[in-house]
Design a protein around this ligand. Structure first.
Ligand SMILES: Cc1ncc(COP(=O)(O)O)c(C=O)c1O
Length: 385
């Protein structure tokens, strides 16, 4: 995808909304704008019906029942709610939460915050060089004190796809609840919460060509009685998440979910070819690089590349406005810190600081990737020591 002069290679940060999604959303801003919780009139009923259809589509994407889907403002809220809901409603003496070392910041921060509030402790499960959870370490930390295990399905920086079924099976064996942050998953893998044994699962619409500002938390039916709301108010969504639902956003999310469910598989093959194509183009342009993360269990559109000896921040700056990609580093109090995900898979500070995530998506094509590789090659040769 090109936006003016820019080639967009940052689909894992956010995807553009599909035009089919936008078209479906538009009438709900102006004509069918009724409050979906207004039960006295036709416009309220229309909004409510459309939201329930969207809920059905989101549920179908992950093999859940519609009543197990709670719309949220995004995956950040869904992840916060998953952790809060379990800890606040915990009726057992269990006090440990296991998360992987490469969870998204919103799982990590929420887990540490709520653990402090509720007197729980967090254990971080290390990952291997591939980004896959270290199974031996996981099993050794998995005691019957664990109340919640939270491991993402697909990593946002290095694209590693975890063996969720195996993790969930072992979590269940010790009686823990299994939460999965699947914000990055629908483009990469098929999801079926029943087959995978997932109790709680988070989704985000803007990672699947839907609008920003909406996501969902799947809460398995039998957990819902002990699961406490994070947002209180009018008791919407069966009291699990109060607040007037944003009809256009939910409708857009529903359409995005339906498109990715129907077209996802063909698109995955295309993404894989495009990613390989970018690597090939870089090699042809004599760019030296290595790939971070797993070679096989990987999001087909993700390429996290290390350019030895190159300062990734400077390279990305040089590539503006031509290429949109990201480094995964964070700026804390004016100091740039390299990605904790890359450091968790064993990269030194220097190697992590030389790495960039490129992610291709539905609107990427070969021509863009040839041009991107050439631009990267020119930029690197101009800053190479
Ligand atoms: C793995 C993962 N989890 C959660 C989030 C947060 O999603 P949202 O932007 O919908 O809050 C993201 C977004 O970057 C993500 O990649």
């Amino acid at each position: 995808m090109r936006v003016s002069d820019s080639i967009y290679l940052d689909y894992q940060a956010s995807t553009p909304a599909d035009t089919r999604v936008v078209e479906a959303m538009l009438p709900y801003f102006t004509d069918s704008f009724g409050n979906p919780h207004s039960s006295n009139h036709i416009l309220g009923w229309k909004s409510a019906d459309s939201i329930e259809s969207a809920r059905y589509e989101v549920a179908s994407l992950v093999g859940a029942l519609p009543e197990e889907i709670v719309f949220t403002s995004g995956a950040t809220e869904a992840n916060n709610h998953a952790i809060f809901g379990v800890l606040a409603g915990n009726q057992t003496d269990r006090k440990t939460i296991l998360i992987s070392a490469i969870e998204h910041k919103c799982v990590k921060e929420a887990a540490y915050f709520f653990a402090r509030q509720f007197g729980h402790r967090i254990m971080e499960v290390p990952v291997l060089e591939s980004g896959l959870v270290d199974r031996a370490a996981f099993l050794s930390l998995l005691t019957d004190d664990v109340v919640l295990v939270s491991v993402m399905a697909v990593n946002n920086e290095i694209g590693t796809i975890q063996d969720v079924a195996w993790l969930a099976e072992h979590a269940k064996r010790v009686g823990a609840i299994f939460h999965c942050d699947a914000a990055q998953a629908p483009e990469a893998i098929d999801l079926d919460v029943v087959e995978l044994g997932i109790d709680l699962l988070s989704l985000s619409a803007h990672k699947i060509y839907g609008p920003k500002g909406v996501g969902a938390l799947y809460i398995e039916s039998s957990l819902q009685n002990d699961f406490l709301p994070l947002v209180h108010g009018g008791g919407q969504q069966s009291g699990l998440r109060s607040g007037t639902l944003p009809t256009p956003l939910c409708v857009g999310f529903g359409v995005a979910a339906s498109i990715i469910r129907k077209e996802g598989i063909q698109n995955r093959e295309r993404l894989q070819e495009l990613s390989f194509g970018l690597l090939e183009n870089l090699r042809r342009a004599n760019v030296i690089f290595s790939i971070n993360g797993d070679a096989i269990n990987r999001h087909p559109g993700n390429l996290n590349l290390e350019f030895p000896g190159i300062e990734a921040e400077s390279l990305i700056n040089m590539l503006q406005p031509s290429i949109c990609a990201s480094t995964g580093s964070a700026c804390n109090s004016g100091i740039i810190q390299s990605s904790y995900v890359l450091r968790s898979i064993g990269l030194s500070e220097e190697r992590a600081s030389a790495s960039i995530r490129f992610s291709v998506g539905r609107f990427s094509d070969e021509e863009q990737l040839v041009e991107a590789a050439n631009k990267i090659a020119i930029a690197i040769s101009s800053i190479s020591p």
